[in-house]
Design a protein around this ligand. Structure first.
Ligand code: BGC
Length: 740
């Protein structure tokens, strides 16, 4: 055992001892108090929560971000309550606190766990300076439906990418030791299946077969548990008929028994009482019973536990062990956070919000998150020496708040540098910048601004359109049925197109959008998600070629909404489509027979391909992939195989590429996806440079829950691909043979 792990074990043993000693002194009322969390976001919480704290009947608050008030509440808890137990102070610190990083979906597009880790570290320090010691992040729900507003807050459609980014985020928030000032406890949410809401309508029911639940939706949560996420949050949704907040399969069988998770589980906002609204229970008492027996340890902003746990116990319906387990876990986190030794926030000891380091991290994150979807005739990068003027047009060019995206309770828009400001700064005096907002917001209709915008474009050498969705159009409860550009943006694009000037669309949005109706009207598209505080400078650097775009799509972009759900890791079906077999509606011949359109899995009016696939993203250079090789053609269970390929920067500028590894298991006891991401690496290459990239796969990396619901890699043939998107075509094969 290493000295440090011996030290950590000793620390755990000490904490366990302190927890046990404290628990032994607690009354039932005090224990139940620890299991409740209340909202502290209105008025003066010292007035309405003070007495509850003094009587030891409150374990946690949320939504207070003021170090002085938090310190006063902590003082009351510590000095004026019988046992002096400090508070957990929770807040949604989702993608930054004051300094805002790109949306999580944008961070996922970087395919760079350092982006997530560094961003979360900055967020933790800034949040800690406001008295917060617990964030409700990361959200690691798999989302394969861009109608769902919370896809913004997710890492996209892929379980592996989500697991890697989620784990890095947890490491960033929690650091190596939660007691270090500037670290905060993380919360993996929403356990589980929340992203599969029917029709992408937030909070709607989810129906996910167990194999799919385990192979897709639970995988990132396992990665989060392994990364040491201090807490988990249940989902609002009904999962296969049993709402997640009462789902003993998820909370007991999987999380507690199979994974041995030792952190605590918090409900979502009032989701225990909502068990009755779902139609699972008849009253709050039953709801409290169902949640506590399933394994929910703390109730967020509800009073079912507060009002009913005591009678459930005295009536013998629940055992004291259920309560003690919950309280033990909650207290353990308070000790781990060092709150018993120092409950107070010392703002001066933490870095200032929006400092230079934070802004540099936000800029790098934004730079790596932008995905270039199209670049006809190499219209980008713009040549600042050649151009005399550019028109900057659109509702999202200069909106400091709107570039931050959803879930920015504490985001400081005064720190934002907008694309317009950054372009103006870049242009200096040599390049004329004509700015026309044209639409007040993304939903506006044709107005006088359109003519002004056309005039500005006509007078300039290029038009830069800043389009998309403002922050309010994505996020919790902000789902859309039509995921095209809202308002009359498409009309604006058409009118600008008519000027004949090169048109570049920079799109800021919280979800993949359907862009088929503008794709032929613009020369280039940079998809920037909501890029955060430093979105402007990052976009300007990309537009003018200071850096090359390097983001890749973490979610498939459909052509039209009717294709949803459309994702790369789908099953093959018995009738997979090909370009030859899938006849499109306009190509059907008069009098054609039923079978002549191919009888394959596709839409007559959309084909079978998305507009842009998962993993896709262009660069200002070309990357070439050659010479794929395997360390072995056959391996046995428990072995490893190394897959390698050459990646060459075949262009003339230095750039970064996200090299991706995909696998297909050709035959399984249940059918396997046509491809699954199994590795990725961001590499920087000089012009002409070739590097050999190696990925190592253990057979455990190929394991899945098969027909018998056991996790195992099954013997058989596998295809592997290395390349720059999920459509990579450099392929090799190997086998897993049965052990001899
Ligand atoms: C959301 C959670 C969030 C909580 C607290 C809920 O409505 O679903 O993700 O952490 O509110 O703000």
């Amino acid at each position: 055992m290493s000295v440090s792990s011996a030290g950590a074990q000793q620390q755990t043993a000490d904490i366990d001892e302190r927890v046990a000693a404290l628990l032994a002194q607690m009354t039932l009322a005090e224990k139940i108090g620890q299991m409740t969390q209340r909202n502290a976001s209105f008025g003066n919480p010292v007035d309405y929560l003070g007495d509850r704290l003094r009587s030891g009947r409150l374990g946690s608050i949320l939504n207070l971000a003021d170090a002085d008030v938090v310190n006063e509440l902590q003082r009351i808890a510590v000095e004026e309550s019988r046992l002096g137990i400090p508070l957990l102070v929770g807040r949604d610190v989702i993608h930054g606190f004051g300094t805002i990083m790109p949306l999580p979906i944008g961070q996922a597009a970087s395919f760079n766990p350092d982006v997530a880790r560094d961003g979360a570290r900055v967020a933790a320090r800034e949040a800690a300076s406001a008295g917060i010691n617990w964030t409700f992040a990361p959200m690691i729900d798999i989302s394969r439906d861009p109608r769902w507003g919370r896809i913004a807050e997710s890492y996209g459609e892929d379980p592996y990418l989500t697991g890697v980014m989620g784990a890095a985020t947890i490491e960033g928030f929690q650091g190596d030791d939660l007691a270090t000032p500037g670290t905060i406890a993380a919360c993996a949410k929403h356990f589980a299946g929340y992203g599969a809401a029917e029709a992408g309508r937030d909070y709607s029911a989810t129906y996910i077969p167990e194999n799919e639940l385990r192979n897709v939706h639970l995988r990132p949560f396992k990665a989060a548990a392994d990364a040491g996420a201090a807490t988990f949050m249940t989902s609002f949704s009904d999962v296969n008929g049993v709402p997640a907040t009462a789902n003993d399969f998820l909370l007991r069988k999987v999380l507690r028994d199979e994974w041995g998770y030792e952190g605590f589980v918090v409900s979502d906002w009032d989701s225990i009482r909502q068990l009755q609204t779902h139609g699972l229970t008849e009253n709050d008492r039953e709801s409290a019973f169902q949640a506590v027996t399933a394994g929910v340890h703390m109730e967020m902003e509800g009073d079912a536990y507060f009002n009913h746990l005591e009678s459930l116990l005295t009536d013998g319906e629940i055992d004291i062990a259920a309560i003690d387990t919950a309280v033990r876990r909650i207290l353990r986190l308070k000790f781990e956070l060092g709150l018993f030794d120092n409950p107070y926030t010392d703002r001066a000891a933490l870095p200032a919000i929006g400092n230079e380091d934070a802004l540099a991290i936000a800029k790098r994150a934004a730079l790596e998150s932008v995905v270039m979807l199209q670049n006809r005739n190499a219209v980008l990068p713009l040549d600042a020496q050649q151009l005399k003027s550019v028109a900057v047009i659109g509702p999202l060019a200069h909106r400091p708040y709107e570039q931050l995206g959803t879930w920015v309770f504490d985001g400081d828009p005064t720190l934002s540098v907008t694309p317009l400001s950054a372009i103006q700064q870049f242009a200096g005096t040599d390049l004329t910048v004509r700015y026309v907002e044209a639409m007040r917001n993304s939903r506006s209709r044709v107005g006088p601004g359109f003519d002004e915008a056309v005039a500005a474009a006509a007078a300039s050498d290029a038009a830069l359109l800043f389009l998309g969705e403002e922050s309010i159009l994505s996020g919790e409860a902000h789902s859309r049925a039509d995921i095209g550009l809202p308002g009359d943006q498409v009309e604006l694009v058409r009118r600008i197109r008519e000027t004949g000037k090169p048109v570049v669309a920079v799109i800021l949005a919280g979800r993949p959008l359907t862009l088929a109706n503008i794709i032929d009207e613009v020369d280039a598209i940079l998809f920037a998600w909501h890029p955060g505080t430093m979105g402007g400078p990052a976009i300007a650097d990309l537009l003018f070629g200071v850096a090359s775009p390097s983001g890749k799509l973490p979610a498939t972009f459909p052509r039209m909404v009717g294709q949803v759900p459309i994702y790369y890791a789908h099953g093959n079906t018995g009738k997979p489509p090909t370009a030859e077999t899938a006849t499109l509606i306009d190509d059907i011949e008069e009098g054609a027979s039923q079978t002549s359109v191919g009888n394959v899995a596709y839409h007559l009016d959309a084909g079978f391909k998305p507009l842009f696939p998962f993993g896709y993203g262009l660069s200002y250079t070309e990357f070439r992939y050659d010479n794929i090789a395997l360390s072995a053609n056959g391996i046995e269970p428990g072995d490893r195989v190394v897959i390698s390929a050459d990646v060459t920067n075949a262009g003339e500028i230095a750039a970064e590429e996200v090299v991706q590894l995909y696998v297909r298991d050709l035959a399984g006891s249940i059918t396997r996806p046509v491809r699954e991401l199994k590795g990725f690496r961001r590499v920087g290459l000089a012009p002409g440079q070739t590097v050999r990239i190696e990925f190592e796969l253990h057979t455990d990396d190929l394991a899945f829950y098969g027909r018998n619901m056991q996790l195992a890699a099954e013997p058989g043939s596998f295809h592997v691909w290395i390349g720059g998107s999920s459509e990579a075509d450099l392929q090799a094969s190997f086998r897993i043979d049965k052990s001899r």
